[in-house]
Design a protein around this ligand. Sequence first.
Ligand code: PGA
Length: 257
Amino acid sequence: MRSKKLIAGNWKMNGTLAEARALAVGIADGLESELSLLEGCDFVVCPPFVHVGAVGAALAEPVGGAVVSLGAQDCAAVENGAYTGDVSAAMLVDAGCDYVILGHSERRQYHKETDSLIAAKAKAAQAAGLITIICVGESEDERASDAQDAVVAAQLAASIPDGATAQNCVIAYEPVWAIGTGKTARVEDVAAMHLFIREKLKERLADSAQMRILYGGSVKPDNTGDLMRVDHVDGALIGGASLKADQYLGIARAAGK
Ligand code: PGA
């Protein structure tokens, strides 16, 4: 898996249905017309739940079939039942998803998601056949007090479920202070953290060497090259820049080099 970078777009809570369709078509068409980009990277976009079906259909439109996988931004920890507002992993699979982002810092912050809830969601998602993108990362205060390693180690230990493998799980390191702020972590800090994460994974998982570790936080076309050349950076989780087809494609080009 690590032989190719994974370029994951997190659309968050943005866009009308028409905009979501147009963005999906723009990305899929762009990749179709530059098929060499598929040699270096795998691609996934994660629209809001309500647009998942339409985006899946739009991604499948280009002649060669879908070259971009579909993902969601969250799922429930339980299989079904009286859970108003929740969406199960099986429903996402049914709607065409291959991936689900879990434990994003915005879910941790605004919905008070704990590591144990994230692990339960990941377990349910993996059991349903989804590839989980589990997010970890320290806050600005934690970085300022040099607590980033301890914070990330604790998040990894408690939010990756037993049974996770390089096939069904991807880690995304996203320093919270770099998300949506235009501040990107320094290449040397990214290198240190990704190596640290690799070592932590090794303590627990048999195929840890193959597990993808993405970087996220203000990834743009012009900083992608430097970030993707760092050892143990196996792709990117992109928020803002994934909302524009030309930027997403620019990141794809820079990452594939
Ligand atoms: P950003 O978001 O690229 O807008 O910083 C990244 C993320 O939240 O995954």
